[in-house]
Design a protein around this ligand. Structure first.
Ligand SMILES: [Zn+2]
Ligand SMILES: [Zn+2]
Length: 287
């Protein structure tokens, strides 16, 4: 391992391919989008992501001056855009900070399983616009998974077990396409109070294919009900329009293939095609 550099070297924002592509083509793209939307242009929050990215890391976009009182060393540090979507520098920093926080402060030293919920196309667009609905869908997903773990623990004689999870909404797929989906890190088992009053962790057995299918059916039904309550069920006919597996398959390739197969079989039979719930490997976040 090399020793950390003592000198601060600002990154060269304009050197990246992404920067050059956005710089050269953004105005054309925005004009084209406006022509598709009767001159309305891109939504403000998307516009701001791109404009912020083009300013990010440039002294001309504003900077802070740091000065060492001891030796008088001066350093100008350009502001960053703090974007959440396309700026690799800001998104990367956010990801690293959050990962460190989760490992150091949040998760106990027990196995954690990644669960992924992908959604039908039409629903992705609804969720991209409607943050409250998006949170409600994530809530449905999380309650179902946590309930699943609790119920299985109960079947093994562990009453009143509690698990825990951190869910993260991703707005983009691997090809930067709009694909609102959820990744959740779920403690893979339950904590329950032992006779002595202390909390004991009981690891879960890996979910079987039929259990995954049943869980997916539960989640899909609850989301359907949620949409109906909000007067959005009229869109259900469109929800199953396309087969999302073609674009999702590469993203999901790393996850449990057997579960994916089970979900896929089920998915074809439903009018409302949920792409799936996928459970990844259970592993410790700690080395
Ligand atoms: Zn100094
Ligand atoms: Zn940035």
């Amino acid at each position: 391992m090399g020793s950390p550099s003592a000198a601060y070297e600002p990154r060269r924002a304009a050197d990246s391919v992404l920067y050059q592509v956005v710089r050269d083509h953004y105005e054309t793209f925005a004009a084209q989008a406006a022509s598709w939307r009767d001159g309305e242009g891109l939504p403000a929050f998307i516009e701001e992501e791109f404009r912020g990215f083009l300013r990010c890391g440039w002294l001309a976009g504003g900077f802070a001056r740091f000065r060492c009182g001891g030796c008088g060393l001066d350093r100008l540090v350009p502001f960053s855009c703090k974007g959440r979507a396309i700026c690799p520098s800001c998104v990367g920093r956010r990801m690293a900070e959050r990962a460190a926080h989760l490992v150091n402060q949040v998760f106990p030293a027990v196995p954690v399983r990644q669960w992924v919920l992908t959604l039908p196309h039409r629903l992705r667009y609804l969720l991209a616009w409607d943050h409250a609905l998006c949170r409600a869908v994530v809530g449905v997903f999380m309650r179902a998974v946590l309930g699943f773990l609790r119920q299985r623990a109960r079947a093994q004689g562990i009453g009143n077990g509690r698990s825990g999870a951190v869910a993260i909404v991703q707005r983009f797929g691997a090809a930067l396409n709009l694909n609102v989906h959820t990744h959740a890190l779920v403690v893979d088992g339950v904590f329950a109070e032992a006779a002595a009053g202390n909390l004991v962790f009981h690891p879960a057995v890996p979910p079987a294919d039929d259990e995954m299918e049943a869980l997916l059916v539960t989640i899909a039904r609850r989301i359907e009900r949620l949409l109906a309550r909000r007067g959005l069920s009229g869109t259900q006919a469109e929800l199953g329009a396309a087969d999302p597996w073609v674009e999702d398959a590469p993203v999901l390739a790393g996850f449990a293939a057997a579960s994916v197969e089970g979900v896929r079989r089920w998915g074809r039979e439903r009018a409302l095609k949920y792409a799936g719930v996928v459970a990844g490997q259970s592993r410790s976040l700690f080395r």
